[in-house]
Design a protein around this ligand. Structure first.
Ligand SMILES: Cc1cc2nc3c(=O)[nH]c(=O)nc-3n(C[C@H](O)[C@H](O)[C@H](O)COP(=O)(O)OP(=O)(O)OC[C@H]3O[C@@H](n4cnc5c(N)ncnc54)[C@H](O)[C@@H]3O)c2cc1C
Length: 291
């Protein structure tokens, strides 16, 4: 067994800092036929300038990394998938050359190859009053969830982005308001825009925090604040999902090791219908980068 080899078919700039890569080929179709493959995907990158070197597999069927291989796995969101066409798209934030994934996406072109090692994860539970807070790394997940919401969903979404040029149209139910929070070019992870948005959020009359379905994904400090804020506001733990998508001092592998992306147990027990899987298998996909 090898990683599902996904071939870059198209590269499109959605905004100056958000680049969409459409993957296809037999490996992409194989990945999509292997649930759980959404909403998140573990991408495996080659060493810069080299061909993809596949990790091995141990006797229990789990990925067996050698050398620096484990350090080349990153978590992304499947922005859209088309199982019939054997394609999926990932929207990458371009945050410079210091990150393996970000540097790869700056240079990628049709024909480039990445590995897909596994997927899984949770989405916002339908119903309730939806409150979502995220930065640009969470924008692909938020965009996808907005598109999948029932037409009568109500709520508010707060999205921090690099600057005004990142603001773009999102498909969403009429009753969900989107608030863009451009940080005027300040470094990512350096502002309090999302924290202040939480502190100041106003719910419609007759809606209490006990009826809120909450989603927060952003830099570690924001999500650590969010968990305390949500508890004080009275959001029910089973109705919230708060996950750090990145840490401003750590690469992803170190952040996962340090605090498992600031995850805690017992939050938002809801998976996208049709993509449920047994808990043990899912845990392996999500946390251990195993197959
Ligand atoms: C479930 C989940 C889904 C995610 N989905 C997406 C997605 O769809 N699109 C997406 O772009 N990201 C997404 N992320 C975030 C992404 O995994 C991280 O940003 C990751 O660190 C990027 O890897 P890298 O190799 O570019 O940087 P790394 O090698 O991991 O980090 C190198 C340096 O870059 C810094 N860094 C990392 N990310 C950023 C950033 N966004 N801005 C500024 N500095 C940064 C780190 O602090 C570190 O100093 C997701 C994360 C999770 C957990």
């Amino acid at each position: 067994m090898t990683a599902h080899e996904m071939i870059v078919q198209e590269v499109q700039d959605i905004t100056p800092h958000l680049r969409r890569v459409v993957f296809g080929g037999a490996g992409t179709a194989g990945y999509l036929a292997h649930p759980p493959c959404v909403p998140n995907i573990k991408l495996y990158f080659p060493r810069p300038g080299q061909d993809l070197d596949h990790p091995g597999v141990d006797e229990r069927g789990r990925w067996a990394f050698s050398g620096d291989q484990r350090s080349r796995v990153r978590t992304y969101t499947v922005r859209w998938m088309d199982a019939a066409a054997g394609q999926l798209a990932v929207d990458f934030v371009r945050h410079g050359d210091e990150g393996l994934a970000s540097a790869w996406v700056q240079r990628t072109a049709p024909g480039a190859v990445l590995g897909a090692l596994g997927g899984g994860g949770r989405v916002l539970k339908p119903g309730g009053y939806a409150l979502m807070f995220g930065d640009e790394t969470a924008l692909p997940a938020i965009s996808d969830m907005l598109e999948q919401m029932p037409a009568d969903q109500h709520g508010q979404v707060f999205i921090e982005v690099h600057d005004q040029a990142e603001i773009h149209q999102l498909a969403k139910p009429e009753g969900v308001q989107v608030h863009w929070l451009p940080r005027a070019g300040a470094p990512a992870g350096s502002t309090r825009l999302l924290i202040e948005a939480m502190e100041q959020v106003a719910l419609p009359e007759g809606t209490g925090f006990a009826g809120v379905h909450l989603w927060v994904s952003a830099e570690s400090e924001v999500v650590r604040f969010a968990r305390k804020w949500a508890a004080a506001a009275g959001v029910q733990r089973a109705n919230q999902l708060i996950i750090g998508y990145w840490h401003r001092q750590l690469d992803e592998v170190a952040y996962a090791k340090e605090s498992d992306h600031d995850r805690v147990k017992g939050e938002m027990d809801y998976e996208r219908p049709g993509h449920e899987h047994d808990a043990q298998h899912k845990h392996e996909h999500e946390h251990s980068h195993e197959h």
